[in-house]
Design a protein around this ligand. Structure first.
Ligand code: PLP
Length: 533
C-alpha cells in the first residue's frame, strides 16, 4: 500500500509524504515503549544505529570501551573498528551461564553489574576514561534477558554512557524507556523487523536528550534539494529538533518498512499485546522443558531470563555432530534452528564444549511443531554422532598412517563429498553442496567424482551407513584399510537406513513440512552460529 503511494507520486513522497508517515510511526512506537517521541528516530536497522552511537562516543587514544562477551558480532566489529582507528582500548566482560537455577553471571560467579563496575573502576584507576559501555538487553545467541537495569546503574553512578542493544526486545518484552533512562541507559536501539512483525529495514534508536547533539545517522542525508521550488515541505519539519531532522531523510530509498511499524503495532493491538507475549513466552518455557526431558539434557537459564527464545542442550557430544545435525534438520526436515556451542563450564566439571539450540517461538508455532522437532532430533542425533565419531577416528588414523597425503585428503573430502564437519572450517563445510542429502539416504552418489578419488569413496561409504547404527567400529576398520590404499572402495555397495518408523511421528513431520510452521526459527537467520569452541 505505501509502496503504491510512493510510486504513484515519488516526488511528493520523498519530499514530505513519507516523512509525515514516519512521524506517525514514531508517535506509535513512543507510546509502545513508554518514551517521548522526540527522543526516538527510525532507522533502517541496529547495525546503522550502532554506527551512529559509536561515532558519537568519545573514542580516542587512551580511552576505554567495554562490551559483554555476548555482544552481537556486528557490535564487537564496529567497536573494534573505531577503537583501532582512534587508539581506544577495548575490554570484554565475560558472561557465564550457570544453568537453569541461575541468571547469567560474570567470571568467578560475581554478578554482572559487579564485574562491570570493577572493570570501569579498573580502567579509571589507570587513568583511562571509559567512553562507552555496551550491554545486551536480550543477547543474540544465546538469547538471554540480561540484568540491564543493574548494569546501567553501574554505568550511571560512574558517569559512563551506556548503549543498550535491544535488537531483540521490541515485540518480545514489555518496555519502559523512562525506567531504562532512570537506570542510566544513554542510547537504546531495537529492531522492529525481528519480533514486532514489521518489514525488514525498520528499527528505532532512542537517545537521552543530553546526548542527542552528537548523534548523526551513519549516512549524512539532506532535507533540501538544489532548487528552492522543490525542497522538503517545511511544515513537515516544523517543531523538530536537529536530531530528529537529521534522521528524517537519508536519501532516496525505501522508507515503507519504517512507516509500516505503525501497522505492525496496530495489528498487535488487535491480537492483544499480552496474548502475543504470553503465548510466545509460555511456549518457549514449555518447549525447553519438554525438549530437555525427551532428550535427557538440560535448559540453559531460568524462566525469568527467557523471553520467547528457548535454550536446550542437544543430545550430541561433538561439535561435528552438532553441525551435521543442524544441517540435516534443515535439509531433510525443513527445520531451521539456530544452534550454538558453549565452552566447557568448569563449574559443572565439564571438560569439553556443549552444544545447544535456540528455537524461537512465535504465534504461528504450536506444540505439535515443537514435538515434531524434538522427535526429529531424537531420530537424527545418534546417526550424526556415529558418523562424526567414525569420521574423526578415520581422520586420526589416516593422519598417523600417511601424514603426507592428509592435506590432499582433506581438500578432496571438502570438495567431493563434504560430510560437513571436521575436514574444513564450519562455514566452508556448510557451503558445500549435497553432503547432508547423501548422508540421509545415499541417494545422490556422485559416482564420477568419487571414482576418481578413493578417499571420497571411503567417506561416502561411512556416510551411507549412517542409519545402520552400531556399525561405526567395523566401518571405521574398513575405512582405515581403504584410506591407506589407492584402491577405490566398491561404490555399488549401497547402505540403506533401517530406521524404525513411527506413524504418529511421520504424520507430524508431514504436517510441519507442509505448513509455514516448518521454520521454527522465525528470525530467518540463514546460517547456524555453531563455532569452533
Ligand atoms: C543482539 C543483536 N544486536 C544487533 C543485531 C543487528 O541487527 P540488524 O541486522 O537488524 O542490524 C542483531 C541481529 O541479529 C542482534 O541479534
Amino acid at each position: 500500500m505505501y509502496q503504491i503511494e510512493c510510486e504513484s507520486s515519488p516526488h511528493e513522497w520523498m519530499l514530505g509524504n513519507a516523512a509525515m508517515r514516519i512521524q506517525d510511526s514514531r508517535a506509535e512506537i513512543a507510546e509502545y515503549i513508554r518514551a517521548n517521541k522526540e527522543d526516538i528516530v527510525l532507522i533502517e536497522n541496529c547495525t546503522a544505529a550502532t554506527a551512529s552511537v559509536i561515532r558519537a562516543a568519545d573514542f580516542r587514544a587512551g580511552n576505554t570501551v567495554i562490551h559483554l562477551s555476548t555482544a552481537y558480532g556486528m557490535v564487537k566489529n564496529c567497536i573494534a573498528h573505531y577503537a583501532s582507528a582512534s587508539g581506544a582500548h577495548v575490554v570484554e566482560v565475560q558472561v557465564e551461564f550457570s544453568g537453569k537455577e541461575m541468571a547469567p553471571v560474570g567470571r568467578n560467579g560475581d554478578s554482572l553489574e559487579l564485574v562491570l563496575a570493577k572493570t570501569i573502576d579498573e580502567a579509571a584507576s589507570k587513568g583511562s576514561h571509559v567512553a562507552l559501555v555496551t550491554i545486551d538487553y536480550i543477547s543474540s545467541c544465546p538469547g538471554v534477558i540480561m540484568p540491564v537495569h543493574a548494569m546501567a546503574k553501574a554505568c550511571k553512578s560512574r558517569g559512563v554512557p551506556c548503549l543498550l542493544d535491544g535488537a531483540h526486545v521490541l515485540g518480545q518484552l514489555k518496555l519502559n524507556c523512562f525506567a531504562l533512562e532512570a537506570s542510566g541507559v544513554t542510547f537504546f536501539m531495537s529492531d522492529a523487523h525481528k519480533w514486532l512483525f514489521s518489514p525488514k529495514g525498520s528499527a528505532m534508536l532512542w537517545v537521552t536528550r543530553s546526548a542527542q547533539a552528537s548523534v548523526h545517522p551513519s549516512v549524512i542525508g539532506a532535507v533540501c534539494s538544489n532548487s528552492q521550488l522543490t525542497s522538503f515541505r517545511p511544515e513537515v519539519l516544523r517543531n523538530l529538533s536537529d536530531y530528529e531532522v537529521r534522521f528524517q531523510y537519508t536519501g532516496t530509498r525505501d522508507y515503507t518498512p519504517m512507516i509500516a511499524v505503525r501497522d505492525a503495532l496496530s495489528f498487535r493491538k488487535r491480537i492483544g499485546e499480552n496474548s502475543i507475549l504470553g503465548y510466545n513466552h509460555g511456549l518457549a518455557l514449555w518447549a525447553q522443558n519438554w525438549l530437555s526431558t525427551i532428550w535427557r539434557t538440560e535448559i540453559l537459564v531460568p524462566p525469568e531470563c527467557t523471553a520467547a527464545m528457548a535454550h536446550v542442550r542437544i543430545p550430541v557430544q561433538s561439535f561435528s555432530a552438532a553441525l551435521l545435525l543442524n544441517r540435516m534438520l534443515k535439509d531433510n526436515k525443513a527445520m531451521h534452528i539456530m544452534g550454538f556451542s558453549l565452552p566447557a563450564r568448569e563449574q559443572f566439571g565439564e571438560s569439553v564444549p556443549t552444544h545447544w539450540i535456540r528455537p524461537c517461538m512465535q504465534l504461528f508455532i504450536s506444540r505439535d511443531d515443537v514435538r515434531a522437532f524434538g522427535f526429529a532430533v531424537q531420530e537424527l542425533a545418534p546417526r550424526c554422532e556415529s558418523v562424526a565419531s567414525c569420521f574423526t577416528k578415520w581422520q586420526s588414523v589416516s593422519r598417523a598412517k600417511c601424514p603426507m597425503i592428509t592435506p590432499c585428503i582433506a581438500t578432496a573430502l571438502a570438495h567431493k563429498i563434504t560430510l560437513g564437519f571436521s575436514v574444513t572450517p564450519a562455514q566452508t563445510a556448510l557451503k558445500q553442496d549435497g553432503s547432508a542429502h547423501e548422508l540421509a539416504g545415499g541417494s545422490r552418489m556422485q559416482h564420477n567424482a568419487a571414482r576418481t578419488c578413493a578417499v571420497a569413496a571411503v567417506a561416502k561409504y561411512s556416510a551411507g551407513s549412517l542409519g545402520s547404527g552400531g556399525q561405526a567400529c567395523s566401518i571405521a576398520g574398513e575405512i582405515m584399510r581403504y584410506s591407506s590404499t589407492s584402491q577405490a572402495f566398491p561404490l555399488e555397495r549401497k547402505y540403506k537406513f533401517s530406521e524404525a518408523r513411527d506413524t504418529q511421528y511421520e504424520r507430524s513431520v508431514y504436517d510441519v513440512g507442509q505448513s509455514p510452521n516448518s521454520v521454527i526459527d522465525i528470525m530467518g537467520t540463514s546460517s547456524t552460529s555453531f563455532t569452533d569452541a
